[in-house]
Design a binder for this molecule. Structure first.
Ligand SMILES: [Zn+2]
Length: 185
């Protein structure tokens, strides 16, 4: 995938910039996935598993979140839950109809449940999580016919960047542990 010329990954897209063909949809998805990656890097900086997400409405980011499970000492502090809370505050409603979530890693069962409950229209995923993902890996809670709401799902946007970031994190972690062990000896 070619890089977007002049793309800083930071600024919001100009209004109407992303309307039109498939290429533009991909550009838009990559633009917002980069923003989700920026959030994941905040988690990385706190020694948290680097997972980040943003929620977009009308081509504007209305909420951001990143994993803070160890920092906040709660299993509820996943990136998606934090962003859903903020998005609800931003729109003044528990329903997030018309919103799209961009998340660097496939959501777990808790977050997939929260996504369905909050009636998000669409979820765009970076890389999949075969060991815990509930958007197609272990379960697919987002697209189950038997629930009253189904979410549109796109997978594999900036997949490599998202998965390299995770494997780098776990590699760092293993090295840190090894060094700690050495110091103890
Ligand atoms: Zn989760």
């Amino acid at each position: 995938m070619a890089k977007i010329a002049g793309e800083s990954g930071r600024g919001l897209p100009a209004k109407g910039q992303f309307k039109g063909n498939v290429g533009r949809v991909m550009m838009k998805q990559e633009h917002f996935m980069k923003e989700a990656i920026r959030q994941a890097k905040k988690a990385y900086a706190l020694d948290e598993v680097p997972i980040g997400c943003v929620i977009v409405l009308d081509d504007k980011i209305i909420a951001r979140g990143y994993n803070r499970r160890n920092t906040d000492k709660t299993a509820l502090a996943h990136a998606e839950i934090a962003a859903i809370k903020k998005a609800c505050r931003a729109v003044g409603d528990w329903r997030l109809e018309g919103c799209t979530m961009y998340v660097t890693l496939e959501p777990c069962q808790m977050c997939a449940g929260a996504i369905v409950q909050s009636r998000l229209t669409e979820v765009v995923i970076g890389c999949m999580n075969p060991k815990a993902g509930c958007a197609g890996s272990i379960l697919n809670l987002l697209e189950m016919d038997r629930f009253n709401h189904q979410v549109q799902v796109t997978r594999g946007v900036l997949e490599e960047e998202c998965s390299v970031m995770l494997s780098q994190f776990f590699k760092d972690l293993r090295e840190k542990k090894k060094e700690q062990k050495k110091k103890m000896e």
